[in-house]
Write a protein that binds this ligand. Structure first.
Ligand code: SF4
Length: 333
């Protein structure tokens, strides 16, 4: 291991309470200036060792913030005006913080505890590993309206051979079955993903398998990257690297498919009435902007008084990367 990476691993290896103690407490003026949404780090590091990823080496072993710290921080954020919290972690759904009795609490149970905070309207979390989507977390999606129906759940590849080489420890079929279970619990769940093209040894057929899983799952959005070697990771030592022009062509085809799916997802929202958290003044006079449950930007006519509230908004059209809506009450008048 590179000496710098080694030092980073040692530096992050200290007790859980200390590890998160440096995080500043929420202050009202800072929160108001920042907006109605906030990120809350609950977990750092990762034990998964995907063969392309530096996180387990640079951030160290998976460490979770104790439950009381998370709840205290969430309450302070809500008191300071925050309405939506996104729980953050490199592998956030591996969260296993301890409660006051020393019991290990998973992300699903943590979501139920956060749901009891009066004034917290929306809850999200990112980034998750498929193997850590346990029954309790899926049940939380079924039971908790504040847990938004938009989940970033990377699969990286649709080829079992490449998934194995990536050390993802699941197959494409297992991922598909998981998506089914999540959608059974929360039928309106929209998915986002990450994809790596051109992992060492990826054949044309492997890549076609990735396009197939994208078509089968249907993503509301996705991030995609060309594989590049990360020093110190097992992937860096693999032979059979894919030629740069092949990676470029595959990335183009994958992004074309995902863009089509994203546009279709936006279009499928037209005619629906969605709860929108109004967050800011819009770019045009008399407009405000906010976010749908699916994290889409929504623009509509409305006064600044609406900022901070959740309004039912009829979606009447789409624009580049956003939706156009009108207040449902105004539409009915
Ligand atoms: S890709 Fe995610 S799950 Fe895999 S090692 Fe990196 S942080 Fe962990």
């Amino acid at each position: 291991m590179h000496p710098a990476l080694k030092r980073a691993v040692i530096d992050t290896d200290f007790p859980e309470e200390d590890k998160f103690a440096h995080l500043p407490a929420a202050k009202k003026d800072v929160t108001v200036a920042r907006g109605l949404t906030a990120f809350l780090t609950v977990q750092e590091g990762c034990d998964k060792f995907c063969s392309f990823c530096v996180v387990p080496y640079t951030r160290g072993a998976e460490v979770s913030r104790p439950v009381h710290q998370v709840l205290d921080e969430a309450r302070r954020l809500v008191e300071a005006g925050v309405r939506e919290i996104t729980l953050l972690g490199q592998n956030v759904n591996a969260y296993h913080g301890t409660d006051a009795g020393g019991r290990s609490v998973g992300l699903g149970e943590l979501a139920y505890l956060l749901a009891e905070i009066s004034g917290l309207e929306r809850l999200r979390y990112t980034t998750s590993h498929p193997r850590d989507m346990d029954d309790a977390l899926i049940a939380a999606h079924r039971d908790l309206p504040l847990l938004m129906p938009y989940l970033h759940l990377p699969v990286q590849s649709g080829s079992d051979r490449i998934l194995k080489a990536m050390n993802r420890k699941h197959t494409g079929a297992e991922y598909r079955a998981l998506i089914e279970r999540i959608k059974t619990a929360r039928p309106d769940m929209a998915l986002s993903g990450d994809f790596i093209v051109g992992f060492p040894g990826e054949t044309d057929q492997d890549f076609e398998d990735t396009l197939t899983i994208i078509r089968d799952v249907g993503y509301a959005s996705a991030y995609s990257f060309k594989y590049s070697t990360r020093p110190g990771t097992p992937g860096a030592n693999l032979g059979d690297q894919v030629a740069e022009e092949v990676k470029t062509e595959r990335l183009y085809r994958l992004q074309e498919l995902v863009t089509k799916q994203t546009n279709e997802f936006h279009a499928s929202c037209v005619g629906r009435t969605l709860p929108v958290l109004i967050e800011r003044i819009g770019r045009m006079p008399g407009q405000v902007g906010g976010r749908s449950p699916y994290l889409q930007a929504v623009h509509l006519e409305g006064s600044a008084d609406l900022i901070g509230s959740i309004q039912m908004v009829e979606i009447v059209g789409t624009s580049t990367n956003s939706l156009v809506g009108r207040l449902a009450i105004a539409a009915a008048a």
